[in-house]
Design a protein around this ligand. Structure first.
Ligand code: EPU
Length: 429
């Protein structure tokens, strides 16, 4: 198993290119199941989760061709996928695959909408919380699906097609909103989705579906209207930049000090994060090429923040912010409201010398003058990367084990950081 070794203490200076968003790529790839024509996706990141979803879709009969590199392209340019679901050969998604990537449960919506049936394994437990799928099932039920739960599988049927309806989510859910959008796109009549997730990845998926011929309005607000159509076509779509990767590197620069251009980053996708970093004393400037993040001289001021759905502070950056606040000049408070068990990084940060107290969903972080390197590991990808951020400022060597978590969501992490001066390398085996 690979490890990442980091010798802390180097400032970061230079340019980090931001990749396409993992959490838009996955539902966009799944949306290809809605049409028998080819969907072309540009700016797709090279990630373990993308490769795994290719295999999962392959199981349903989807053909995916990865475009070759063109002259002039650099290793950082995203890949182009040509995805064709012309022949769906299987409408079952088995436990072995769904349990390895929760988002693959979402295939239930396009399979049901296009084929009239789907049998998809329930995903099971997860390192960050219970993460049930009841609201996704509720959405399909509102569109007239017959649902049966049998031996760990959700079996959904709509022999005469889905019917538009009103879906009112009692709680904001990104996966629920993706599921509702894909199912409603091919339903007869109109659907209203209330309390919809406003995450930029939902808007990106809605934009792509509209290019495919769907009639969706209001994406990006909490009330989305979908006029169902009989069929969808192929299209070409460029995946939006990854706001979580952007925020992660912004916090890495804030941690080490230095001056880095986050190339292709879109500041409007993470205003809440940049506002918070500005309060912490970090300089953030939008430029034509992306976002420049700098901290020179000044210490890090402590902050108080609560995670919430977009446009609030994202849960996917909570661990990284906590790593940053371990070095703040005072006491910070971070409250996690989205997932009930997303504090697995706390004990590992403590191993590096951090002072953190947990009380239910609230963490109190007392800034310390220095962290010291140690072997650490984490159980999910955002927690793992928070350890990388801490290690960049820790004295001596930190070894981050279980690197496969990082590979799920961060493209060439060690190359991007090393290019800006970090002493970081991957050790195989
Ligand atoms: N929830 C339910 N019932 C449901 C669905 C969700 O109770 O049927 C709850 C969840 O347990 C959670 C809350 O609703 O407490 C929000 O979950 P949501 O459905 O929004 O999460 P998701 O769609 O499963 C996506 C991202 C996550 C990100 C969350 C929140 C992808 C592939 N995953 O998950 O990303 O944390 O939204 O923004 O888009 C990550 O990338 O590391 C990651 C975990």
């Amino acid at each position: 198993m690979d490890r990442i070794c980091i010798n802390g203490g180097q400032r970061l200076n230079g340019t980090i290119p931001i990749s396409g968003a993992k959490n838009a790529t996955l539902p966009l790839m799944i949306a290809s199941l809605l049409t028998d024509q080819t969907l072309i996706l540009d700016n797709v990141p090279r990630l373990a989760d993308v490769a795994l979803l290719q295999r999962i879709l392959g199981n349903h009969g989807v053909d995916i061709m990865v475009g070759g590199k063109r002259p002039g392209e650099t290793q950082y340019d995203g890949q182009t996928l040509h995805i064709s679901a012309a022949n769906i050969i299987d409408t079952t998604a088995p436990y072995e695959l769904v349990s390895r990537m929760r988002a693959s449960f979402w295939v239930i919506a396009p399979l049901l909408a296009r084929m009239g049936e789907a049998k998809v394994s329930m995903p099971g437990g997860c390192a960050i919380g219970t993460r049930p799928v009841d609201l996704l099932i509720m959405a399909l039920d509102c569109l007239g699906a017959e649902i049966e739960i049998d031996r760990g599988y959700v079996i959904a049927r709509a022999r005469n097609g889905l019917k538009g309806g009103r879906i009112s989510f009692p709680k904001v859910t990104v996966g629920g909103t993706h599921t509702a959008l894909m199912a409603a796109a091919l339903a007869r009549g109109s659907t209203v989705i209330e309390n919809a997730a406003r995450e930029p990845e939902v808007t990106d998926v809605a934009d792509c579906l509209n290019k495919m011929g769907a009639r969706i309005s209001g994406a990006g607000t909490s009330r989305i209207l979908v006029e169902g159509v009989a069929r969808l076509n192929g299209a070409r779509h460029r995946v939006l930049p990854d706001r979580i990767e952007t925020g992660t590197y912004a916090m890495a620069v804030a941690m080490t000090g230095g001056d880095v251009l986050l190339e292709n980053a879109r500041p409007e996708l993470l205003q809440s994060v940049f506002d918070l970093l500005a309060r912490a004393g970090v300089e953030v400037t939008s430029t034509n090429a992306g976002v420049r993040v700098a901290r020179n001289g000044a210490g890090i001021a402590p902050v108080e923040v609560t995670t919430s759905p977009f446009p609030g502070f994202p849960t996917d950056l909570q661990a990284q912010l906590m790593a940053l606040m371990t070095r703040a000049m005072g006491t910070s408070r971070i409250t996690e409201t989205i997932f009930e068990n997303r504090f697995m990084h706390v004990q590992e940060l403590v191993r590096l010398g951090a002072h953190i107290q947990l009380d239910g969903e609230c963490a109190t972080i007392e800034g310390v003058e220095r962290l010291k390197g140690a072997p650490v590991m984490a159980t999910d990808l955002r927690a793992s990367v928070s350890l990388v951020i801490a290690a960049l400022a820790a004295e001596g060597e930190t070894v981050v084990n279980r690197v496969y978590h990082l590979d799920r969501g961060f493209e060439r992490l060690e190359d991007k950081l090393a290019a800006c001066g970090a002493a970081i390398e991957r050790v195989s085996g």
